[in-house]
Design a protein around this ligand. Sequence first.
Ligand SMILES: Cc1cc2nc3c(=O)[nH]c(=O)nc-3n(C[C@H](O)[C@H](O)[C@H](O)COP(=O)(O)O)c2cc1C
Length: 178
Amino acid sequence: MDAIQALKTRRSCRHFSEKQITKEELDTIIECGLNAPSGSNKQGPKIIVVQDPDKVAMLSRLNAQVWGQDTDPFYGAPTVCLIVVPKDPGYDGTPKYALNPVKDGSLVIGAMQTAAFAIGIGSCWINRCKEMLDLPEGQAILKELGLEDHEGVGCCILGYPTREPKPKAIKEGRVLTY
Ligand SMILES: Cc1cc2nc3c(=O)[nH]c(=O)nc-3n(C[C@H](O)[C@H](O)[C@H](O)COP(=O)(O)O)c2cc1C
């Protein structure tokens, strides 16, 4: 699928096969995420790929705990990517870069989701990434990876979709001319 078609028709996916996506598919999605624009080309966001079922289950429990729900927030997706960025106030502590890391991280997830859709992989942004990584268990993960000065932006779940995406109604009145 070409880029325009993917951008025009992309939908989030919440129904996944248990089968893991291939390394080639994952690498393509990650490459597209890493090529997202970033303020001053800082390329600050990092992608933590989690495919070990026990670790995915542990992260699901942490996310559900933050959410206060007794359900799997990852909808059974076999791959969970945590997109993390250097902590505010930015890349060098000056107001110049304040908030850019979170914006940069969002673009990475957007690029990953569009790339995933284009190659037939389902994806969804899952919230509460910062909150779950702020928990002691999350901090331990970041420490193990040498990322204790980072915080979560969002989780990007990936897997083979088991349902066809439906077209979405785009709200009217969102484009103005000045
Ligand atoms: C910042 C952000 C947070 C989101 N958090 C969640 C979430 O926690 N769980 C979920 O199922 N979907 C989540 N989504 C997906 C949105 O619900 C979805 O993008 C929206 O309903 C539009 O549907 P579409 O992506 O299929 O166009 C999130 C999306 C964004 C951009």
